[in-house]
Design a protein around this ligand. Structure first.
Ligand SMILES: Nc1ncnc2c1ncn2[C@@H]1O[C@H](COP(=O)(O)OP(=O)(O)O)[C@@H](O)[C@H]1O
Ligand SMILES: [Mg+2]
Length: 366
């Protein structure tokens, strides 16, 4: 049957999005308002690499959505455009949580294939370092969500390996470790901590004016001129500030509102579109947590399953301990719960029960 294509009719006149991609979480913006100071610090750390000198290590920490990952990726990109000497390597430790998998990624970036088995990690390490030296490359290794390393037996070791590569292997390299966990650095071995101590930077949650600027700038890429009611950006910024100054939330909200307006063929995105999609968008911005669920080790999965099974009120820590005590001790359980809370998967609360205090543990999946 000839006639107008149904997609053409459905699309109508799209007056809302110019480039919707600009609102997606992985979009790398051309500018980072509000992070000038942090960028400058990173440039200071890495600049020497472009002159074949030893760069400095850095540790970035702060709550989710404060721009840590984006700043690191932005700096790596700029650095690789500026000089061919540094070899930027971005690694998310949820995807590569062990010493071996991280070394494999570095080998990969150097264009080397590692055998999957039959070779000790230490040997892999020297091989990778030898190649980097021979090629005269300076690996700049970003270890994002580095607290995940603590969950695998030899994960944290890679921080030692890389931080001491200069000293022990005369390899120039830098590590940029990133974490949401405020206390991560306090748990590091003194030698590793001291390699980061000069450049341990806290990313503070964004304020309303900062988020407004960030959103405004991105909105001008993402939306056609005039497609946003003037109230929309301030509203998204205010909601996100209530949710811990998380820019990811603000972007999710803005995008969902845009889509809602588009669906009803509205000429403009208005406050009502934000309101209508708020719940949904906030839930979706947490879906990263669900992706994470699949990458947890077996014990963490068991803990999450037990907490989930307890329903929306959660489970008391004593009960959780009883149901898992065949598998892990009290202290180990507490550490795992603390970690799952810090990565935003669980939330806990102390409550008075009878004479004693007890800790209630609930899922936090949004
Ligand atoms: N200063 C900023 N300027 C522009 N966009 C930002 C800024 N900070 C964060 N964003 C955006 O917010 C989202 C979350 O940032 P991200 O770097 O992933 O946060 P974190 O790693 O701290 O959790 C990303 O989509 C990013 O593009
Ligand atoms: Mg991040």
């Amino acid at each position: 049957m000839a006639g107008t294509n149904i997609f053409r009719t459905a699309r109508g006149e799209n007056k809302i999005f110019r480039e919707e991609n600009a609102l997606l979480p992985d979009y790398l913006p051309g500018e980072l308002p509000g992070r000038e100071h942090e960028l400058k610090e990173l440039v200071y750390c890495l600049q020497p690499a472009s002159e074949n000198r030893q760069p400095e290590h850095a540790l970035l920490y702060g709550p989710p959505g404060t721009g840590k990952t984006t700043c690191a990726r932005y700096v790596l990109k700029q650095l690789s455009e500026y000089s061919a000497r540094p070899l930027p390597i971005y690694i998310n430790c949820w995807e590569s949580p062990s010493r071996f998998s991280i070394l494999s990624e570095i080998a990969d970036a150097l264009g080397e294939m590692l055998p999957r088995r039959g070779i000790a990690a230490d040997e892999i390490l020297s091989r990778v370092f030898e190649i980097a030296k021979k090629d005269e490359r300076i690996p700049i290794v970003v270890l994002d969500e580095a607290d995940r390393l603590e969950a695998s037996a030899d994960g944290v070791q890679i921080l030692y390996d890389l931080c001491r590569a200069g000293e022990l292997h005369s390899l120039k390299t830098a590590v940029i470790a990133i974490t949401n966990d405020e206390e991560f650095h306090t748990r590091l071995d003194a030698r590793v901590r001291s390699s980061f101590v000069q450049h341990t930077h806290k990313f503070a949650p964004y304020s309303v004016p900062q988020l407004k600027e960030i959103l405004q700038q991105r909105a001008s890429k993402a939306f056609f001129e005039g497609a946003l009611d003037a109230e929309v950006v301030p509203l998204c910024a205010a909601v996100a500030v209530n949710r811990g100054g998380d820019a990811r939330v603000a972007f999710a909200l803005l995008r969902a509102a845009g889509k809602a307006a588009e669906r009803e063929n509205a000429a403009q995105v208005g406050v009502k579109h934000v309101r209508a999609t708020q719940e949904e968008a906030l839930a979706a911005s947490g879906s990263k947590v669900e992706r994470k669920l699949g990458t947890l080790d077996e014990l963490d999965q068991k803990i999450m399953a037990a907490v989930k099974g307890a329903g929306k009120d959660g489970i008391e820590s004593g009960k959780l301990y009883l149901s898992l005590k065949k598998m892990l001790g009290d202290r180990a359980l507490r550490q795992r719960i603390d970690r799952l809370e810090k990565t935003g998967m669980l939330e806990t609360e102390f409550v008075q029960i009878g004479q004693g205090r007890s800790r209630m543990i609930r899922l936090k999946l949004s």
